[in-house]
Write a protein that binds this ligand. Sequence first.
Ligand code: GLN
Ligand code: ZN
Length: 759
Amino acid sequence: MVISANLGFPRIGPRRELKTALERYWSGEIGDGELLAAGRAIRRENWARQAALGLHHIPSNDFSFYDHVLDMATTVGAVPSRYRELGTGLPAYFAMARGTGSGRDLPPLHLTKWFDTNYHYLVPELDAGQEFGLESTKPVDEFLEGRALGIHTRPVLLGPVSFLLLGRTRDGHTEPITLLDGLLPVYESLLERLAAAGADWVQLDEPCLAWDPQPRVMRALPLAYERLAQAAPALRLLLATYFAGVAEHLPALCRLPIHALHLDLVQAPDQLEPALAAAPANLSLSLGLVDGRNVWRTDLDRALLVLERACDRLGGDRVLVAPSCSLLHAPIDVDLETGLDLELRSWLAFAIQKLREVSLLVSGIRHGREAVARALAESREAVRARRESPRVHDAAVGRRVAAISADMLRRSSPYPERRLRQQASLGLPLFPTTTIGSFPQTREVRAARAAVRNGRVRPADYDRFACAEIERAVRIQEEIGLDVLVHGECERADMVEFFAERLNGFAPTEHGWVQSYGSRCVRPPILFGDVSRREPMTVRWSRHAQSLTAKPVKGMLTGPLTLALWSFVRDDQPLALTCRQLALALRDEVADLETAGIRVIQIDEPAFRQGLPPGPETRKAYLAWAVEAFRLASSGVRDDTQLHVHMCYSDFNDVLEAIMEMDADVLAIEASRSGMRVLEAFRRYRYPREVGPGVYDVHSPRVPGTDEILDRLREALRLVPADRLWVNPDCGLKTRHWDEARPALVALVTAARRLRGEA
Ligand code: GLN
Ligand code: ZN
C-alpha cells in the first residue's frame, strides 16, 4: 500500500515559539530546563499535527535548537577543540553556533547558505586526521520521546556523505570526503541504536548527491551504504535527495543497498521515468510531488496521474508520497493568514496544507478518486482560478516584456568613457568613502514605522519624522567626512518587503515565517502575479537627502534577483521571466531617481550567488539571464550616472565573470571576513572597474580601529590599482548601534585620508 510521508516539519513553531524561547534563554531569563521543555512542546505539537493529518511516516530528529548540520556535527563529535572546554551541553552547542561573549571571544562556526535556499547552516570544521565518536544520542532520544507520546516516527539523519561535503577542513586542502571511513562507524552505531530503540525506517538526507557530486564521491558511495545497511539489517534506509535531480547518477543510486530512494519531482520531474526503469525490485521510490519550499497549492490531478503511473510500474507497495524536500522552508499554516483575501488564500498551501495534500494523494490512490472527489474538485477549482485570474496576468506587463530590446541591456558608452564623465561630474577624491545604505535602525525608527502602519500616527507626521531622521543621517555623514552619502533607509524594515509592498504582483503574509538561521526568521512576501510599479518607490527619500547636501547621495534599490529569490515566487512561469518583470519596474525607478538629480545609484544583489543551480550547463544559463535582468534594471542611466552593485553573504569567486558582465561602474562587495581573498580572484580576472571590498565587518559588534582598516586597504592595494579602490563597510549598518557604527565610520574615513596622504 502506498505510504504517505514527510521529510521534515518546520521547527520554529506556528508563533515562532522557538525564537522566543531561544532569546529568553540567551538573555538568561530562562535556564536549560525551560528551553528543553520549549523544544519538547514544539515537537509534541508537530507530531500531533502530522498524526492528525493521517501521515504514515512522521519524521523525528528534524527538530533542532539551531541547525540540523550543527546537530549532526555534535552528534558525531566533530567539535573543534576550542569549544571542548565548554563541555558538551547547550552552552557549548550555542557557542559553536554564535560564539561567546559580547566581543565573541570564541568565534562561531562559519555560517553559509543551504544549497539554493535562504536557510543557513553552520559549516562543520574538520581536521585532516579528524576522529569521530558518537557524542550525542539526540536522534535516539527524540525517537523514544515520540514513542512515549504514541507516535512512531521515522528518524532523519543528515547522511554521512552530505555531512562531510557540507563541511570544510581546517587545512583547506584535505578533501572532507576522505574522512568517510572514519565517520562511518559512528553512523553504524547510531543506526544500531535506532534499531534497538524500535525504529523501522531511517531517513538519510543526502542532498549533495543531487548537487553535481564529484566522481570520487560517487565511487565512495556503494561501500559506505553497504556498511550502513549491514550495521542494522532490520532497518529500512530511505535515502533522500532533493533540490535538484540526481541526473546521470540515478542508476548508481538505485543500486545502493537501501529500501527507498526519495526524488524531488518538483524541481526535477523528468527523473521519474528513468527512476521507474532503473529501480530494482527491492527498491521503493519516495515521490516528492508536493513542493516543499514554495507556497502554492499542488495540482492534485496532475500529481495523481504521476502517482498512478508509478504504482502501475512498481506496485503500490513500493511507492511513498512526500513533499519534495523538508518543509523547513515553508511557512506553517495558511489558515492563520486571515489578512489575505480569500481568493489569494485559496491558491496557497503552507506546511500543514501540504501534508494534507500528501495524505489526499495517498487516499486517492488507496481508495480511488471517488473517495476524495470533493477535495479534488476543490483543489482543481483553486488551481484553475489561479491560472486564469486577472490578478495574475497583466497584459500591459506582457507587452512591455515582449518589447525589451537589446539596446535596453546596454549602457550608452563603454566603461572608460563613463568613468571620465563620472569623474568630471562627481569630483570624488582618491579612495572615495561610502556606506552600503542602511543606518542603525533605532528603537524610534522602528516604533515610527510600526505606528504609521497601524494607524496610530498620521502619514504626514511619519513623513516629517522620516525626513528629520534622514537629515540627521546626512549631517552625521558630513561630519564624519564620507564622500558619497546615503539617506539611511530608515523607511525600510526589510530590503525586499519594502519593494514588495509597493509593487503590483506581491502580497505580504502575517505569519508566513521561515527559519533563516537559528532564531532568525524571515517572512518572504508572496510574488503571485505580473509585476509592475504603481508609482515611484524611493525617489522622495533620496531626493530629500540630496536636497540637504552638496555631496552626492546614492540612491538605493534592491535588485531583481534578490527580490525574486527572497520571496515565494510564482511557479507558473520561468523565474527568468519573473525577474525580467521586476527589472522593468526597477528600471523605471532608476530613471526617476536620475531625473530627481541622483547621480549615484546602487542596486543590491546579495542573493545573486544563492540561485546558482548545480551543474555547469544550468549554471551558465542561470548566470546569463540573471546578468541580463540586472542590466535591464540598471543600464537605462546616463553615462555620468554612477552605477554601483552591492553583493554580500556568499563567496563570489565562481561567479566573478558574471559580476563583470553586469557592467556596473563600482562593485561594493563583502570581503572583510574572507580576508580580502575575494580580491585575489579579481586580480586574476583583471576586474576592470572600481571596487569597494568591505573593510568593516558589520555583522560583529566590534569596532575596527584605523590601523586595522589601513592594513586591509593596503592588502587590497596589492590587488587593485589605487585609482580603482573604494573604502566602505561590508554591508548595511541597520543591525548596528550608532555608538558602534559612528566610530567605525570615523576610523574608515581616517584610514582613507591617511592612505591619500601616502599616495
Ligand atoms: N542597502 C542594503 C542595506 O544597507 C543592503 C543590505 C544587504 O545587502 N543585505 O541594508
Ligand atoms: Zn549586504
